[in-house]
Design a protein around this ligand. Structure first.
Ligand code: LLP
Length: 426
C-alpha cells in the first residue's frame, strides 16, 4: 500500500483503491487508476526546472492519451507531441491549442499532413520532418493547400542511449531522424522552398533514460549543428530536445526529470541560441508512476517440482498482456503488490500471470502471504499501459478511473467483450 512517491506526490491508498472495486462505483477489474493531482504536480516540478527559460513541454501523447489527463496537463500549460492524426485530434479536442502541438513520426499519411497544416485554421506549431523525402511530401501538401508549412528537422544525433534496444531511437541504425550526411540537403530544401518555413531543430535519443549523459550528448550535437548552419536559421523559433526522461520502476533512477531540464537549460544558455524556445517531449515521466493497473486474483496454481526443488507457484490474475504489454514486449518488470495490505518481502514468491494464451503473458515474480489477496496492484503502469492495450484473445479493454483529491472524477469505459464479438461478426 503506497500513498506517496519519492517526490512526495499523493498517490493511491490501498484500502481506498480496494473500496473502488468493492463499492458502489460499479467498477470491475482489470482497470487502470490514475492520480490527476500527481500528474499535474509532476508537470509543475518539470516546468520549474526551466528556471525562467522560454519553453514548451510538448507532452508525448502516445504515453497516455486519456482525455482527463490531457485536459489536466493542458490546464497547466502543456502542449503536445503527437504521432498520428488520431493523436492530433484527441490533443485538439482536449483543449491543447494547435500552436502548442508538434507532430513527429517517420510515416505520415497525406490526410494527416493536411490536418496538421490546417488544424484550428493556421495549423500546428511544427511538423517534424524525419527525412529529406518527407520534406518534399510536406511541401507538396502545403502547395496544394496554398500554405507554407512550418517544419522542424528531426536530426539523428548518432547517439546510442543506454536503454532497451526497442526504445533507443537516436543511433545510426535507427529508422528515425535525418542522418548527418543528409542534413545539407534537408537545410537547402527547407530554407529554399516557397512552401516550407524552417522553425525548429529536433532530436530524440530514446526512452527510459536513467541518467543524463546520452541526452546531453545529443543536445550538444544539436546545438553544434544549429551553430554550423546559423545563417540558414533566421526563422528558427525553437530547439526540441525530445523526451525520454526515465522513472523508477523499483530499481532506482539516478536522474529525475528536472535534472535533465536543468542541465539542458544550462547548455542552451551557454550557446548562441539562448533566446530560442526550448521544447521537450516527455511522456513516461509525467504519467508513468501515477497510474496503476488493478487486477483481481482468479486463483493460485501450484505444481510439485522434481527432486526436492521448491514447488512452482503461479498467481492467476484477470489482467493480461493485452492490458499491459510492457513485460511481454520488453521484459519490463513492474512491482506487483497486494491491494489492501502491506507487501511482505519474505512471503512465498508467485509468478504472476494473466489468462492470455502466450507464455510471455507473465508479469514476473512477487511475494504473497496467506491468505492470498483478492486484488493486486501493478505499479507504474500509467505510461504505455492502456495506450498499448489490445483485445487480443477476445478480451475487453480495461476501464480507466481518474482520481482528484482521492475522489473519482472521471471514468473511461474500455471496449467490452460484447463489442468485440459484434465487431468480429461484422
Ligand atoms: N518524442 C519522441 C519522438 C518519441 O519517439 C518518444 C517515445 C517520446 C518523445 C516520449 O518518450 P518518453 O518521454 O515517454 O520516454 N512503449 C515503450 C516506450 C516507447 C517510446 C517511444 N517513443 C515503453 O513502454 O517503454
Amino acid at each position: 500500500v503506497f500513498t506517496r512517491d519519492a517526490a512526495g506526490h499523493a498517490l493511491f491508498e490501498g484500502a481506498r483503491l480496494d473500496a473502488l472495486f468493492a463499492g458502489a462505483h460499479g467498477l470491475t477489474t482489470p482497470a487502470y487508476v490514475y492520480s490527476l493531482d500527481a500528474i499535474v504536480a509532476e508537470l509543475d516540478a518539470l516546468r520549474a526546472g526551466f528556471d525562467g527559460a522560454a519553453h514548451l513541454v510538448a507532452y508525448a501523447v502516445k504515453a497516455n492519451s486519456a482525455g482527463p489527463i490531457l485536459r489536466a496537463l493542458a490546464e497547466h500549460g502543456a502542449g503536445a507531441d503527437v504521432v498520428s492524426g488520431g493523436e492530433l485530434q484527441v490533443a485538439l479536442g482536449a483543449g491543447i491549442g494547435p500552436e502548442s502541438i508538434v507532430y513527429s513520426g517517420v510515416g505520415k499519411r497525406d490526410e494527416e499532413l493536411d490536418l496538421a497544416l490546417t488544424a484550428g485554421g493556421p495549423g500546428i506549431l511544427s511538423i517534424q520532418a524525419e527525412s529529406v523525402e518527407e520534406l518534399g511530401r510536406i511541401a507538396e501538401r502545403a502547395a496544394r493547400l496554398g500554405r507554407r508549412a512550418p517544419v522542424s528537422l528531426r536530426v539523428n544525433p548518432g547517439v546510442l542511449a543506454d536503454t532497451h534496444a526497442h526504445v533507443a531511437t537516436g543511433h545510426d541504425e535507427a529508422k528515425f531522424g535525418i542522418a548527418a550526411a543528409e542534413l545539407p540537403a534537408a537545410f537547402a530544401l527547407s530554407t529554399g522552398s516557397p512552401h516550407l518555413t524552417l522553425v525548429g531543430l529536433a532530436s530524440h535519443v530514446g526512452s527510459q533514460l536513467t541518467e543524463t549523459t546520452a541526452y546531453l550528448d545529443a543536445a550538444t550535437t544539436l546545438l553544434r549543428l544549429a551553430e554550423a548552419h546559423q545563417q540558414a536559421l533566421g526563422a528558427l523559433q525553437f530547439l526540441d530536445f525530445g523526451g525520454g526522461f526515465g522513472i523508477d520502476y523499483g530499481d532506482g533512477c539516478a536522474a529525475c526529470p528536472a535534472d535533465f531540464v536543468r542541465a539542458l537549460v544550462a547548455l542552451v544558455r551557454r550557446s548562441p541560441f539562448a533566446d530560442r524556445r526550448i521544447l521537450v517531449e516527455p511522456g513516461r515521466c509525467l504519467v508513468g508512476a501515477h497510474g496503476v493497473l488493478c487486477a483481481s486474483v482468479l486463483m493460485a496454481k501450484s505444481a510439485r517440482a522434481a527432486d526436492g526443488e521448491p514447488a512452482r507457484r503461479w498467481l492467476m490474475i484477470d489482467a493480461g498482456m493485452n492490458d499491459l504489454l510492457r513485460p511481454a514486449l520488453y521484459g519490463a518488470r513492474h512491482r506487483i503488490e497486494p491491494m489492501a495490505s502491506q507487501p511482505q518481502a519474505e512471503a512465498p514468491r508467485y509468478r504472476v500471470v494473466g489468462p492470455v494464451c502466450e507464455s510471455s503473458d507473465d508479469f514476473g515474480e512477487a511475494p504473497f502471504a496467506e491468505p492470498l489477496p483478492r486484488r493486486v496492484v501493478i505499479r507504474d503502469a500509467g505510461a504505455y499501459g492502456f495506450t498499448m492495450a489490445s483485445q487480443y484473445n477476445g478480451r475487453a479493454l480495461p476501464d480507466e478511473v481518474f482520481l482528484r483529491g482521492g475522489r473519482v472524477v472521471a471514468v473511461l469505459r474500455g471496449a467490452t467483450v460484447d463489442a468485440w464479438v459484434s465487431g468480429r461478426l461484422g
